[in-house]
Design a binder for this molecule. Sequence first.
Ligand SMILES: NCc1[nH]cc(CCC(=O)O)c1CC(=O)O
Length: 329
Amino acid sequence: MTGGFRLATRGSALARTQSGMVLDALAERSGLPGELILVKTEGDVVTTPLAQLGGTGVFVSAVRQALAAQQADVAVHSLKDLPTAPEPGFRIGAVPEREDVRDALCARDGLTLETLPEGASVGTGSPRRAAQLLAVRPDLTVVAIRGNVDTRLSRVKGVRLTDESNQHMSGGLREDLDAVVLAAAGLKRLGRESHITELIAPELMLPAPGQGALAVEVRDSDDERTAALAEALAAYDHAPTRLAVTAERALLSTLEAGCSAPVGALAVFEDGRLTLEARAVRTDGSEVFSGGASLELPELAGDEAEAAAFELGVVVAEALIERGAGDLI
Ligand SMILES: NCc1[nH]cc(CCC(=O)O)c1CC(=O)O
């Protein structure tokens, strides 16, 4: 690598926006100029519901290929899309500070989970969101949807996306749903916050493991990486976020579940303690298994803290399995 660094990501609006933020942060910290490399991925092309697409990480592998082929020096992923199994040859070089972890209801006419009329239609492609929606509102009709954030928002009755880049969509899209559920983080990063009618409390809906967080991935051993970029990555890493997502992802992998499993988890670091809450829900919402534990973590940095956070996830997962949650996954 000479001069600057190249950063690979997907071509979606969300991926470009959040990668632009990472690029600016690393450029500022390293003093190097950065270049965005956009990669087309299978998850963007195929229209099968994501929950049916074989395997995990459809969004991730093409971006990793660019990294492996030395077409880029770092790659940016939404952490919740990153499979929990470590991929040989890669490691997470930085986990930046997390955005809002919550799921957001975007409903017509300012409606909320409480005020949506009986039988209202709510779009989501996520079994986790569907299951938790039905657990609190069994009367709702969950409609499987997918596509990028704007495509999903456009399904809601009365929603108008105002900026020019989306004018071309306004004709073709159905406004057929009363609401959709999306990650607040994505909506905020894209400047779509105004469409949120309720930030859903984690007590009602636990987010996906890693939701709201990003992973900056690098090649495992990289002699080419400049010291300036390595230092910038270390400085950009946010230890409380890293530990939280480590616990959430350890839970998910111990449950042998993937990103489309009906499993919610949220770890929060506060006052020297890491607290993990998790929930596995039957897809029709009829059965809920909950668990949680907390751990004192006096030292934030280093392998020991990381291992302790991982263990927290394992312990909570094992408790869920003991209660019978394994049947749901
Ligand atoms: N699975 C797609 C995906 N991956 C990351 C986000 C949002 C941003 C984030 O959670 O960090 C989204 C869209 C959504 O779930 O609404």
